[in-house]
Every structure is written in C-alpha cells, then in structure tokens.
Design a protein around this ligand. Sequence first.
Ligand code: PEP
Ligand code: MN
Length: 337
Amino acid sequence: MIIVMRKEATEAQINHLVEKLKEKGLTAHISRGTERTIVGAIGDERVLQAVPLEAFPGVEKSVQILQPFKLVSREFKPEPSVVSVGPVKIGGGHFGLLAGPCSVEDWESLRETALKIKASGANLLRGGAFKPRTSPYAFQGLGEEGLKLLARAREETGLPVVTEVMNVNQVELVSRYADMLQIGARNMQNFDLLKAVGQGTKPVLLKRGLSATIKEWLMSAEYILSQGNYDVVLCERGIRTFETYTRNTLDLAAVPAAKELSHLPVVVDPSHATGRRSLVGVMARAAVAAGADGISIEVHPHPEDALSDGDQSLLPEEFDQTVKALEPLLRIEGKKW
Ligand code: PEP
Ligand code: MN
C-alpha cells in the first residue's frame, strides 16, 4: 500500500503515521519526492486493510500497489532515482560510464587500463576479483589481492570501483574495498546474497539473470530495497535465447520497460550481451538511444592475453572511439557525465 501525504504534511504527521504502522507490525518505507512524501506500508495485507489510513492527519490518499514489486515500482516513487557511487551519479539524467577488465589480473595492466579509460571519459572502473566461471579450471580471480589492486587504481585515478561479490561471506570484505557491489547474472536470485547487500550501505549493480524475466529481475531488486538499501542500479546484460552467434541476446526493450515499471536507473552491458568486440560499440549506441542511464564495457590492453572474456574486450583505443561516437547521442538524450 502506498500512502500519499499532502503537500503541506508536517514531519510530526509523517512520524505519527510511521509509528502507528510499526505498532501494527508493518514496515514503513519513506520516499521524499520534490513535491510530496510517499510512505510505503508493507506487511500482512489483512492488517493493512484494517488500518483507516486516510483518517490520519496529513494523509491525502492511500493506493494499493498492484505490482508484486512495491518499493522499486514507479507507483511508489514516480521520479527517477539517482544513485551515487562516490562522487559519481547514475540516473535522472546522469550517465554512468563503467569500463575496465573482465578480471583484475595484475597491477600493470589494471593501471594502464584505468588511466586510459579515464582519459577517454569513463567515470567508474569495473573489474572482477571474485569471478563466477563456468569451468572450475578457469581463472577464478585474484580474490582479496584483486580488491587491493582495484583500491590502488582508485587512488591513482580517482575512479570509484565496481566489483562483484559472489556470496554472503564476501560482502563485508568486498564492501571494505569497493564503491559499488556487483551482483552477477548467475546470482540474481541468490536471495540470501540480495538480503545481505540490502543490509549494507554500498550501492549495488544488479545484473539481470541469464533467463530472468523483467519482473523477476525487479523482484530481486525489491529484496535489496526491502532491507533498507535503496541504491540499486539495474544492468541488462543479455539473456539466453536460441541464438548462438552472439553470446547472449541483448534485450534492449528491457531498458525502457524496466524504466516504465521502476524508478531505478538501468544500465546496459553490451560486452557480455554480445560476446563480440565488433558489436560492442554499436550496441552501446543503441543502449543510449533506448534510454539507458549508463553502459558497462570490458576493456583490456592485450585482449589476446586476457585471462577471461578477451573476445569481447575492447582495446583502450577502441573504447576511446566508442565513447567519442556516444557523445553526440548523449547530448541529444540530455545526459551528463
Ligand atoms: C561481469 O560483469 O564480470 C560478469 C561476470 O557478468 P555477468 O554476471 O553479467 O555474466
Ligand atoms: Mn566478463
């Protein structure tokens, strides 16, 4: 249920309502918009129905949220959310340009990549230290050593870092080094992990699961918000279809669809979506045209030697060209970065 407060509602009236909801065993989530405050009341529907919400002072109306996802819905928060990652903003006209290697491999290549992507205009450094690999024999990532290298790259470049957390036990460790926690596609429905990052304070990049519907993806985001962490950015990274020419099928319609249903920012990862270097730039442009709030691109100084995802990694020069081609589109879309 969402409870829309009157424009002139006072803090005392909002607090009174929130206290009453808590007394009934319901949870209250407050969303302060530019115009008015909305209170989301979540809990047992029968208890909720019995509370005369519109009789509370300061309440304008109460509306039932029909979607199964509540806090992530546009009904709960009509304005787009802006998520801050250190000094960088994503959403509401702010564009996140994430780039970096698939895996953190060594200091020299990470440093070179970070400096070059920054010079090209990237505002966030991505790179995996804990890697979800299909084969147990493939490179699994440098672990904490990789996190330390990411933190060092942040010190040298000023770029906030985004890196994957694969399980609940890693949340505390990864949060110590990262500015944003990535939940990978394979973990989109690891509900314990979603709850754990929801109880933390770091913003979360939630990648869409390999075979997840848009609604399942939004329900996963709901898990994070329901624990109190509202700083979630959705990432479309392609879904599994019958097509094998591309690694995945980039579901571009998911971008405007998710933005229609939710206030959360949506970014696109054309690297994992296509799996082919030649297709990354053009799909990045398509993502901007579809209204994405950011893109995430894999870059490696020597893709032929990359320990993971070399086929889809751009050379730093190719990344630079890609960004240059995006700039006029970003201006048309009115995006700042
Ligand atoms: C990644 O971004 O490093 C990654 C593993 O992507 P995904 O979870 O989308 O496959
Ligand atoms: Mn990768």
